[in-house]
Design a protein around this ligand. Structure first.
Ligand code: ZN
Length: 497
């Protein structure tokens, strides 16, 4: 058996090399590439993707999987490697290459149309392209056996094993609680945060972001932080996990929180068992679990009072004029200010999930045909009013704001909110397991926390399905109650509710 397993691993290794080479090209496109390089880069990445796909869907892979099934103890790495590979193989085989090519072409056009539509705040430019994207995902769904809901197929690509009905159940329990909390916050006295938007020196902010994530345990021998239009994390191996960041003059300290967020993703990737390299078990297990890590470092750690009791004296020393008259408590309140905004990526912790829920409802409606694409702007605005109490002044700040749908990414959004929920579930368990964690954070010590995450989550890579992993660690599947407790406790203190 070990010879056949080695044959499978050799093919998976080559597929992984090709995909990682394409990721390097994509990283370079975002970080270094001159503006005219786009077309050739697109071709290069498409070629690598095609070769990787052909290699992976070769009948030999299917044959090896069949021969290796049920040959290893069920809990072993080998059995899980075969199981995860079989699932990926089955998915890849169902989708015809001609469909993939058609989708790639339509997506490129749709993305351009979205850029124009957003620039002009004119939904009619994007509408036919979005209709095409919806038609394509409906066809994609038709390649798979019918589930309970057509949307299940899309969700499964981002959150293996998760069902639409489960997400709907979680969100319907969570939504009224968040809407209610938001109403209470809105009727309380608003906190002062003007000092966050003064002029801050870019280099000093950038260097301070690196001080923080170094203290978290981000390994610079296996990583780097570069400037890019949007913050993201990408990994080419467990020993090369990179992050990007940006500086916005009107929101200068966002750079710190983006660094913590992306470092949270990167710490996960740097912690996966090196034995899983170049196999189907490498990398984080799902988007929700990944987001639980980034959100934990950004919010549960990075927007907490103990964290700033340690770091506030340092930032105050760097920016004495900007932070004159500000103390650690008023700084803490300011970075946690709640204010409904039109734009999801700028949303605070109390409103963020509401943005995501709105998108999920629209996606499900588009996919099952209960909502027409042409009606989306109106539905969007009505739901914004219902959940957040505000109505976007135009479609650029409404239905056109996110890139996802233009790229055919439907099924992705809910994982952002699920990640928040998982982060709070993990945090309750961590605080049971690590006595005096707040005191450690107050002393700038993160080793015990990182060690816990490494042992319970990171090292396992994709070995366990996400819901099983959460269950194994916390004793329950993804559940909204811990997050509601966290938000209520935090904002009751900040807003005196
Ligand atoms: Zn993230």
């Amino acid at each position: 058996m070990s010879e056949k397993l080695n044959q499978l691993k050799e093919i998976l290794g080559e597929v992984s090399d090709l995909n990682h080479a394409a990721s390097v090209l994509s990283w370079d496109q975002n970080v270094n590439m001159p503006p005219m390089g786009g077309e050739a880069r697109g071709q290069q990445m498409a070629t690598l993707g095609k070769i990787a796909q052909e290699k992976f869907t070769n009948d030999q892979v299917g044959k090896l999987i069949d021969e290796l099934k049920n040959q290893f103890p069920p809990a072993s790495d080998e059995a899980n490697l075969v199981r995860v590979t079989a699932r990926n193989y089955d998915k890849a085989k169902r989708v015809p290459a001609s469909f993939v090519a058609e989708q790639a072409l339509a997506t490129a056009k749709s993305f351009d149309a979205w850029v124009e539509a957003k620039g002009k705040s004119d939904f009619s430019i994007f509408q036919p392209h979005l209709e095409k994207m919806v038609e394509l995902v409906q066809r994609y769904i038709s390649f798979f056996p019918a589930g309970n809901h057509p949307y299940d197929t899309l969700l499964d690509d981002f959150e293996p094993g998760m069902k639409t009905s489960e997400v709907q159940e979680i969100f319907s329990a969570l939504r009224p609680k968040q809407v209610d909390l938001l109403k209470k916050i809105k009727s309380a006295k608003q906190v002062k945060a003007d000092f966050l938007h003064k002029k801050y020196n870019e280099k000093k902010v950038w260097d301070f972001s690196e001080t923080i994530i170094t203290q978290f345990g981000y390994d610079w021998k296996r990583g780097r932080q570069d400037k890019a239009p949007h913050p993201f994390e990408t990994s080419f191996s467990v020993n090369d996990v990179r992050i990007t960041n940006r500086f916005e003059a009107d929101n200068p300290l966002a750079t710190l929180f983006s660094a913590m967020h992306e470092a949270g993703h990167a710490l996960y990737e740097q912690g996966v068992n090196p034995a899983y390299e170049r196999t189907s078990l490498a990398n984080g297990v799902s988007l929700a679990v990944h987001e639980s890590q980034s959100r934990m470092w950004e919010n549960l750690v990075g927007r907490s009072l103990p964290f700033w009791e340690y770091f506030f004296p340092q930032i105050k020393k760097l920016f004495p004029a900007q932070l004159a008259g500000v103390n650690v408590k008023s700084f803490y309140k300011a970075i946690n200010k709640v204010e409904p905004t039109f734009i999801r990526v700028n949303a605070d912790e109390a409103t963020y999930n509401l943005h995501v829920m709105l998108r999920l409802e629209l996606e499900i409606g588009m996919v099952d045909g209960t909502m027409k694409v042409k009606d989306l702007p109106e539905i969007w605005n009505a739901k914004m009013q219902e959940y957040l109490g505000i109505t976007p002044p135009d479609n650029a700040r409404g239905v056109l704001q996110d890139v996802h749908w233009s790229s055919g990414l439907i099924g992705y959004f809910s994982t952002y909110a699920l990640g928040n929920l998982v982060s709070a579930q993990l945090w309750e368990k961590i605080n049971k397991d690590i006595k005096g964690l707040d005191d450690q954070i107050r002393a700038g010590q993160f080793e015990t926390l990182l060690g816990w995450l490494r042992e319970k989550i990171h090292v396992h890579g994709r070995k366990y399905d996400p819901q099983d992993l959460v269950q194994k660690i916390t004793g329950s599947k993804i559940d909204p109650t811990a997050y509601t407790r966290y938000l209520t406790r935090k904002y009751s203190d900040i807003y005196g509710l």
